[in-house]
Design a binder for this molecule. Structure first.
Ligand code: ATP
Ligand code: MG
Ligand code: FE
Length: 344
């Protein structure tokens, strides 16, 4: 089965074709970052309008790259939530309409299920069951995964998501939007010993997270550094490094705990923050020391993309799930409410 995937939940237009025999045949992502950079964050209405402009040309481009005709698509998968409602409406309307026109089934995919399944596009692909750490701009969740659609939330952030904490701290450090990757770059030049950030909620049992205090800590550290009137550029790098160390440490501690508590051996990471190099290195070492193994998507498939939507949609369409002739995007959509896909 060959599925066209369309992702428009936020500020990336992603389109891809996944074939369950041939794998990923083509994928393209158009990022709206230049549109939103001037505002320091995503402007929802501008995002919707740009998805309208970009989605169809990107679909044509991906079909061309794969050397395929639209007649060879067996199903269409589009992100139906969670995300910005206007942006979701664009991808859902286009996806559902194309499927109707092409007389193929359509499926609305959960964006976080898309992220969660992205590591399964890699070789070697992790065997089920596993624990998933989803770390993105809007979510930080530990999930016990026993099958596709069989998700039990073990813990999640009580306030800011890890990616959100990266972005907000980057803003305090006067880094350009989007801040996460910029902060990671700056952290490379930082001294890890100068500032010591807390590891929130690691000193008590449980698998929830809290990252909002780290940006306050960053703000206070900036003030301290300025008062000391030392080299401000070095101070910013030192703060970036200490912040990154704290987030990475906290995530590693909670993931080890989640594996111990569930008895699982495999951990997958997904979502934009899983592109972070230090997180990947630290996590792999820590999990290997416990006799487990960590899996990641390739960096380009950590952030939003159409490949994960095409892949997740393919699993569900193959199991016979599809949508009626309506589309129903949802800004909020708990992942543990999804229908299970039988593994046989
Ligand atoms: P969600 O998936 O929860 O709806 P989203 O789609 O906006 O949110 P993603 O596209 O998965 O999130 O990831 C974007 C986030 O990942 C941003 O917060 C960004 O700063 C962060 N990010 C991307 N690369 C890195 C990196 N190398 N280090 C740290 N953070 C990063
Ligand atoms: Mg984005
Ligand atoms: Fe995302």
């Amino acid at each position: 089965m060959r599925v066209l995937g369309i992702e428009t939940s936020c500020d990336e237009t992603g389109v891809a074709i996944f074939d369950d025999q041939q794998g990923l045949m083509a994928h393209a992502v158009y990022s709206q970052v230049d549109i939103h950079a001037a505002y320091g964050g995503v402007v929802p209405e501008l995002a919707s309008r740009d998805h309208i402009r970009k989605t169809l040309p990107l679909i044509r481009q991906v079909l061309d790259e794969a050397g395929l005709d639209k007649g060879s698509i067996d199903g269409v998968a589009y992100t139906a939530g969670p995300g910005l409602i206007g942006a979701l409406l664009v991808g859902s309307a286009i996806g559902r309409s194309l499927a109707w026109g092409w007389k193929v089934p359509a499926i609305g995919v959960h964006h976080m299920e898309g992220h969660l399944l992205a590591p399964l596009l890699e070789e070697p692909s992790p065997q089920l069951p596993f624990v998933a750490l989803l770390v993105s701009g809007g979510h930080t969740q530990l999930v016990d995964v026993t099958g596709i659609g069989r998700y039990r939330i073990l813990g999640e952030s009580l306030d800011d998501a890890a990616g959100e904490a990266f972005d907000k701290t980057a803003k305090l450090l006067e880094l350009p939007y989007p801040g996460g990757p910029e902060l990671a770059k700056l952290a490379e030049h930082g001294d890890p010993g100068r500032f010591r950030f807390p590891r929130p909620m690691t000193d008590r049992p449980g698998l929830d997270f809290s990252f909002s205090g780290l940006k306050t800590f960053a703000l206070n550290s900036i003030k301290t550094a300025l008062a000391e009137s030392t080299d401000p550029d070095q101070a910013r790098a030192d703060i970036a490094r200490a912040f990154e160390e704290a987030v990475v440490d906290t995530l590693v501690i909670k993931c080890r705990r989640a594996l111990r508590e569930t008895g699982r051996k495999r951990l997958i990471l997904a979502g934009g923050v899983s592109a972070n190099r230090r997180l990947r290195e630290r996590m792999s070492t820590a999990i290997a020391a416990e006799g487990g193994e960590a899996f990641y998507p390739q960096p380009a498939l950590c952030t939003d993309n159409g490949a994960m939507i095409a892949f997740a949609g393919c699993q569900r369409l193959r199991a016979g799930q599809h949508e009626p002739l309506v589309f129903k995007p949802r800004a909020r959509w708990p992942m543990d409410h999804l229908e299970a896909v039988s593994s046989s």
